[in-house]
Design a protein. Structure first.
Length: 441
C-alpha cells in the first residue's frame, strides 16, 4: 500500500489550499481549531473518554490528545500545531504523531493559554475559532462562524487520497475482527463475548472504536442500535454485527448478518439481500441521487418481502402504502470520514444553504448528488420490529401481510448489510469493504 507519510504530506497541502481559499472568501486572517479538552463526570473526579472533534481530526491524527490547537493562516503555507506540554506524573505520556507525519507541520509546545494566545493574530475579527468551548475568549461572531464551518463541511464531501487510504486501511483492519465475531457467534458466545472477540481481532480497546459495537443475536438483530449487549448465551439463530475500526481518526463502518443454520429460510433471505445490496452499490456514481437510490432500495426490499411470501401485494403497492417503511425504517447510507456520519450530505452550496428535504424521506442524511472522491456507506436493511409490526397489524394495510410468515421470521430479528464505497473521479466505484474481505487473509 502507498506510503502514508507521503500521502499525509499531500493531504496537508491540499487541505491548506482549501482553507486558504476559505480565508479569502470570508476575509479572516486565520482559522484556529481546538482539539478539545477532557470533560469531568458530574459530581465526580473521573473524566469521560476523550475524542478530538472532527474539524481537528481531519487535519491531525491525534484524536486522544487534549489541549491541542491547529492554526491555518493566510500568511503561511505551513499549518502550525500547538501541543500542550506540562509535567504530569499521574497519566501516561500524551499521544504522539505517527513517525514522519511531523515533517509538514510547524510544531510548537506550550504550557498555558496565555502563552498560546501570543502566537495567534491580534486583529479584531481576524481569527475564526472552531471549538466546542471558547477557550480563547474570541468574539462570539468569530467563534464557530457558520460562514467558515459551512465551507469546511461542504469541502469535506470530497476526500483526499490520504483520507481514502485511511478508510481503506480501516476496512482492512476490521476484517479480522468481523471474522472473529462470526466465529464467536458460531461457537455459541454471548453478545458481550462476541464484542470482546471483535476487539481482540482488531487489537483495539473499546474506547478506540469509532462507534459502539452493535452485536445483536436473534431478536436483538431487530434493534437498529443494539448497544446493551447481553451477557447470557442464547440458542443461536441469527446474528447482526455493525462495527468498524478507526485509522488516524477515519472510520470504517461495516455491517454483516449471519444465520446459524445455513439451510434456513433466513439464510436464503440474507443471500437475496446481499445480492440486492450489491446492485444498489453498482447504482451509485458521480451525479447519481442518493434519494433516488434510497427509493430504489425500498423497491428491492419489497421484492424480497414478495419473494419470501411476507407481503401479498406488488412492490409498487407495498411502497405506495409505506409497508416497506415498517420493515426498512432507516436511510440507505451516509457520507463517511472522520465523522462516522460525515458532514455535507444535505448542503446545496458552500454558503451553507440546505437542499429541501425529500417530502417522503425528510430525515435522510444524504440528498445532494454524488461527487468525485466521496465515501458513502450502502446499507439496506430488512427487519421484524415488533412495535412497528403491531402498528401495521392494527392499520388499514394489515390484509396485505401474510402474518404467519412474519411470525416465522420474528425470532431472527433482521438483516443489514453495509459496505463502504469510494466514488472515484474517473467514474469508477471502489468497494473498500468487499475488497478487504477478499484480500485480507
Amino acid at each position: 500500500m502507498t506510503d502514508q507519510v507521503e500521502l499525509y504530506a499531500q493531504h496537508l497541502t491540499e487541505k491548506t489550499q482549501r482553507f486558504q481559499a476559505i480565508l479569502t472568501a470570508t476575509e479572516f486572517d486565520e482559522i484556529i481549531i481546538a482539539a478539545g479538552d477532557s470533560k469531568m463526570q458530574f459530581a465526580d473526579d473521573m473524566a469521560y473518554p476523550f475524542v478530538a472533534n472532527p474539524y481537528f481530526r481531519e487535519w491531525i491524527p491525534l484524536g486522544k490528545r487534549t489541549g491541542s490547537y491547529l492554526q491555518i493562516s493566510a500568511a503561511s503555507d505551513r499549518p502550525k500545531l500547538f501541543l500542550l506540554c506540562v509535567e504530569d506524573i499521574w497519566h501516561t505520556a500524551p499521544q504522539s504523531l505517527p513517525p514522519g507525519f511531523e515533517r509538514e507541520l510547524e510544531i510548537v509546545e506550550y504550557a498555558s493559554i496565555s502563552e498560546l494566545k501570543s502566537y495567534f493574530g491580534h486583529r479584531e475579527g481576524g481569527t475564526a475559532f472552531i471549538s466546542e468551548v471558547n477557550t480563547l475568549d474570541i468574539a462570539t461572531d468569530c467563534w464557530n462562524p457558520t460562514s467558515v464551518t459551512a465551507q469546511i463541511d461542504y469541502q469535506r464531501r470530497g476526500k483526499t487520497v490520504y483520507e481514502q487510504d485511511c478508510v481503506r486501511r480501516a476496512n482492512r483492519l476490521a476484517v479480522p475482527a468481523h471474522r472473529a465475531a462470526y466465529e464467536a457467534f458460531m461457537g455459541g458466545a454471548s453478545e458481550l463475548e462476541i464484542a470482546a472477540a471483535y476487539l481482540r481481532g482488531c487489537n483495539c480497546s473499546e474506547n478506540e472504536m469509532p462507534y459502539g459495537i452493535i452485536a445483536g443475536i436473534n431478536e436483538h438483530a431487530a434493534v437498529l442500535h443494539h448497544h446493551n449487549l447481553d451477557k447470557q448465551r442464547q440458542t443461536p439463530r441469527s446474528f447482526l454485527i455493525d462495527a468498524g475500526v478507526a485509522m488516524h481518526g477515519y472510520a470504517s463502518d461495516i455491517t454483516r448478518t449471519y444465520a446459524y443454520d445455513p439451510g434456513s429460510d433466513f439464510a436464503a433471505m440474507i443471500d437475496v439481500m446481499d445480492a440486492a445490496q450489491q446492485e444498489l452499490v453498482a447504482g451509485g456514481g458521480i451525479g447519481k441521487s442518493p434519494v433516488d437510490l434510497h427509493v430504489l432500495s425500498h423497491f428491492k426490499a419489497a421484492d424480497v418481502l414478495r419473494q419470501f411470501d411476507i407481503i401479498n401485494v406488488s412492490a409498487e403497492d407495498a411502497f405506495a402504502s409505506d409497508i416497506t417503511a415498517t420493515f426498512y425504517p432507516h436511510g440507505l447510507g451516509h457520507h463517511l470520514g472522520c465523522n462516522v456520519h460525515d458532514k455535507g450530505g444535505n448542503l446545496a452550496n458552500a454558503q451553507g444553504d440546505l437542499l429541501p428535504p425529500p417530502e417522503k424521506y425528510p430525515k435522510l442524511r444524504s440528498a445532494s448528488p454524488m461527487v468525485a472522491n466521496q465515501i458513502h456507506t450502502v446499507e439496506p436493511g430488512l427487519y421484524f420490529i415488533p412495535a412497528l409490526l403491531e402498528k401495521l397489524r392494527q392499520g388499514e394495510h394489515a390484509s396485505k401481510i401474510n402474518w404467519s410468515r412474519v411470525d416465522d421470521f420474528l425470532p431472527f430479528g433482521g438483516i443489514r448489510i453495509e459496505d463502504n464505497i469510494v466514488v472515484h473521479a474517473d467514474g469508477s466505484l471502489e468497494n473498500l469493504t468487499r475488497d478487504a474481505f477478499r484480500d485480507v487473509s
